[in-house]
Design a protein around this ligand. Structure first.
Ligand code: SF4
Length: 625
């Protein structure tokens, strides 16, 4: 095959060639001719990041487990490979069968964050496909996108044929069935998309038009065909499907070199800045027996020596101590599957108030790692009330002390600046709190104790109670960062912060409307890609694109919006109602906090959406018209 020959020639000259070879353990190569619907699952970042994405692994296993369907993978080639492929005239190809992307029926992009938008365009271009959805026809793959960033799909509306809003496990099979039928009926792209628009959770931007007021705000989003739903409600899987136990095992180091079992989906805490906490409601726990069996199977199928128990907030899983305890005990008495004898367990996201001493003891027994991470997000109790992450300093310090006592040397603390109502005192308190944590560490461990502080800037995200507030001003943020740099230094302390320009781009792209499509396109033409990589981020390309198209950055990022304004994402229904978000935003300004919604229901709206999801039966009567 030409691709094989060219690859042989160019791979020795690029960095990390194993990113492009495929053939990994557990990868699936199905018979091309025996499959009538062929997906390529595309992750628009490098292999090492994409291979650590659980969503992609889930869809890969589900699609390849279905008859007559195949799913292959493709990741964004790093800049050296991009250059080499263009020079060689090599089209973007899948890892499994090394076929050009243009030969597939569907390209299913994962878009977990907005900094991947230009990479999506770049991958389409490398595949030799038109970037604009309107310029692709039924002879070319359908471009679908899903993931956290598409809960505001509008900035990418020009490029993507259909967005999957919400959880994809059921939708991908429904889309497959619809496409199979569409092929049998020899439908054109327009009929195909109409057929897809009847699948709940699918948003097809060409069936919607947007009218604007003279001041640039949105007057109305209208449907242009009667079949298009308004609003478009996200998909929720009522019961979590069985966990992935046979993931592809990379040959090279990835971001997470470990297996992962999702123990819980959704989070009920309701931190007001947290996009995932709002859009992935409600909370659904996986039964402990299912987790235990899955860990055994995962280890047997992969040989991993570390398994992460994933959730947005793993320590909130009811029975987490018992679950970790059981995993530890099974290693001791040999009850686990072969290979689980030296298993190390990690819980990547822990809530300070739900980490018990008992849990720490059990985690310690499964193999101590070098650091323990907490995210208070604000350093004063007042501001933690505003963001609804209430925890007393005293409790935080008590937990930290127990952590150091168990021999963890480094405590990582995550904070944000730019929260609504934040003052300089709140910023100064980050220094004080970090110093107190270091003092606790020193009392316990002496000079070995380390505190790493990461300070990012709040991006007020769509579908959260802070969706109306502006991104903090650049000068203010820089002054606050300078203050932290000056005061947060010394032995045992390390500070990381974010580049404001990168934060600004994230804010614009996550809060934008369809008029940003032209800007994204132009920025890509001017060389923007890998926008999430500081060493690749080209602020000048973006500046020029905004300037040429006369689009104002401040309009999207720096404006306090009225709660009555029609927001670009209002026609996407994530289940949590706008009425609730307004109420919660107002409560935040009064400093009122909410309990975990599993303890008290605040009528956010998700329960009725969930009930409907349970009752809705996917329509499998895909007859030709
Ligand atoms: S605990 Fe808060 S920050 Fe963490 S996932 Fe839940 S809502 Fe988000």
């Amino acid at each position: 095959m030409v691709i094989d020959q060219e690859l042989e020639r160019i791979l020795p000259a690029v960095s990390k060639p194993a990113r492009y070879t495929g053939g990994e353990w557990n990868s699936v190569v199905k018979d091309w001719d025996a499959s009538d619907v062929r997906w390529v699952l595309a992750f628009p970042d490098v292999y090492e990041i994409g291979m650590s994405n659980l969503g992609l692994a889930i869809l890969y296993e589900i699609l390849n487990g279905a008859d007559g369907v195949l799913a292959e993978r493709v990741f964004a080639p790093w800049v050296d490979m991009d250059e080499a492929m263009r020079a060689a005239g090599l089209p973007l190809f899948s890892l499994e069968s090394r076929r050009p992307l243009a030969e597939f029926d569907v390209i299913g992009f994962s878009l977990p964050y907005e900094q991947l938008h230009t990479n999506l365009l770049n991958m389409l271009d490398l595949a030799g496909l038109p970037l604009l959805a309107a310029e692709r026809d039924e002879g070319q793959p359908l471009v679908i996108a899903g993931g956290g960033a598409v809960f505001n799909p509008e900035p990418m509306a020009d490029f993507v044929d259909a967005f999957v809003l919400g959880e994809g496990e059921e939708v991908v099979l429904e889309v497959t069935a619809a496409l199979r039928q569409s092929k049998q009926c020899a439908e054109g792209r327009a009929e195909q998309l109409l057929r897809l628009s009847s699948i709940p959770g699918l948003y097809i931007p060409r069936f919607y038009d947007v009218d604007y007021h003279d001041d640039g705000t949105i007057a109305e989003v209208r449907t242009t065909v009667p079949e298009a739903p308004m609003p478009v409600r996200k998909r929720i899987v009522a019961t979590l499907p069985p966990p992935i136990t046979r993931p592809v095992v990379p040959y090279i180091d990835t971001v997470h070199n470990r297996g992962a079992i999702e123990i819980q989906r959704g989070c009920g805490r309701g931190c007001r800045f947290c996009h995932a906490g709002m859009v992935y409601r409600p909370v659904r726990e996986r039964p402990a027996e299912e987790v235990l069996a899955a860990v055994d199977a995962l280890v047997a199928n992969t040989g991993y020596e570390e398994v992460a128990l994933l959730s947005l907030s793993s320590s909130d899983y009811r029975g987490i101590e018992a679950l970790v305890g059981e995993l530890v005990a099974r290693q001791g008495d040999g009850e686990g599957a072969p290979g689980t004898g030296h298993l190390s367990i990690s819980l990547p996201s822990l809530r300070i108030e739900s980490v018990s001493v008992d849990l720490m003891d059990k985690l310690q027994a499964t193999g101590r790692r070098s650091s323990f991470t907490f995210a208070p997000e604000a350093a004063t109790e007042r501001l933690r009330g505003v963001i609804n992450k209430p925890i007393a300093d005293e409790d935080l310090l008590a937990v930290v002390e127990e952590v150091y006592r168990r021999g963890w040397k480094t405590v990582k603390l995550y904070f944000m600046i730019g929260h609504p109502t934040q003052t300089l005192d709140d910023v100064a308190a980050i220094v004080d709190l970090a110093m107190e944590v270091r003092a606790v560490g020193r009392r316990v461990l002496g000079r070995k104790a380390q505190v790493n502080v990461s300070v990012s800037t709040l991006v007020p995200k769509p579908h959260t109670p802070f969706q109306w507030v502006p991104l903090a001003d650049e000068e203010e943020v820089r002054a606050q960062q300078d203050y932290l740099k000056e005061h947060l230094q010394g032995p045992g302390l390390k500070l990381n912060w974010n580049n404001y320009r990168e934060t600004l781009l994230e804010a614009v792209l996550s809060r934008g409307d369809r008029r940003l499509g032209a800007v994204i396109h132009r920025a890509w033409q001017l060389g923007a890609r890998f926008d999430g990589w500081s060493d690749q981020f080209r602020v000048e390309a973006w500046r020029q694109a905004f300037r040429e198209l006369e689009v104002e950055i401040g309009f999207y990022a720096r404006r306090q919006r009225s709660v009555d304004e029609v927001l670009p994402w209002d026609h996407v229904d994530v289940g949590v109602s706008k009425r609730y978000l307004v109420r919660d935003y107002e409560a935040s300004l009064r400093g009122e906090t909410r309990l975990d919604c599993r303890e008290q229901c605040y009528a956010c709206g998700i329960l009725s959406a969930f009930r409907e999801a349970r009752e809705s039966v996917a329509d499998d009567a895909w007859a030709c018209p």
